[in-house]
Design a protein around this ligand. Sequence first.
Ligand code: GAL
Length: 304
Amino acid sequence: MAIMQGAQLFRDTNGEVAQLHGIGVQRFGDRWYAYGEIKNNGNLFQGVACYSTTDFVTWRNEGTVLEVGEDGSITGPERIIERPKVMRCPQTGKYVMYLHVDGKGDYAYAHIGTAISDAPTGPFEFLNTMQFRGYESRDIGVFQDEDGVGYILSEDRPHGTHIYRLSDDYLSIVEDVICLRGTNYWAGYESPILIKKDGVYYWFGSCLTGWDCNDNMFATATDLHGPWSDFTPFTPEGSHTYQSQCDIIVPLDGADQWHAGRFLYIGDRWNPDDLGNSPLVTLPIDIDDRRAVLQWRDSWDNTL
Ligand code: GAL
């Protein structure tokens, strides 16, 4: 039994609110590791936190795994740095963290940052920032395919949201696989998520409404290059994704992460006046046969 609420604050074993805003989750070995923005004190960079769990109910605080850099540096305390996501590179065995690195209190810089570590719990050493062919990059997501190839999803306001293929060492971008605007929408979707189930890719994202919630969307394809289906909502229209912005979809069971039967949806319910206490919406999401449906539950058992 692992009972979750439909919306809640995750707390660590000391009862402190887990700073897992803009959360990314990966399973390494027999634990899941979650990475998040520390938002105890406003929106500027306060480091990246890591917590680990076996059931998404009990959270071990693994500490600050990427520290704030010196004043004036690219990871300094006046920067906006969001949406930490980590993958383990199969070729090098290193854990690589990707970040949305933006400006000094503004969103004008729009780069992807990388940091690297020998362990999922850090410490992560910040490497550099990049843009592919000068394309803006704000919200990001990551995906590792069955063949070990890594991808970054990246929202680029002038063009749409890209799926970029990573180099073998996961430290640079080698291909702009596809770039899509939303369906009947002026931009690409942000807070992008890519997962795969039984040979079908599912791409999720939200419209661009800042801290406010909207009806998030998804599309499907059997090849990352496309063709992709239209994007459609996966919650009742007007529910604004049960007042959340999608962050991550975690495969809970199955022989491997690409053949799961059950998935956990996690999204931010941003509280702009007190970002550090923004709850997470945590619900089961049914994904099968090119459909995705998120249903509200006041509480549920994530082992069933
Ligand atoms: C959202 C984005 C968040 C944060 C916010 C600031 O659109 O997904 O990560 O950047 O805007 O307004």
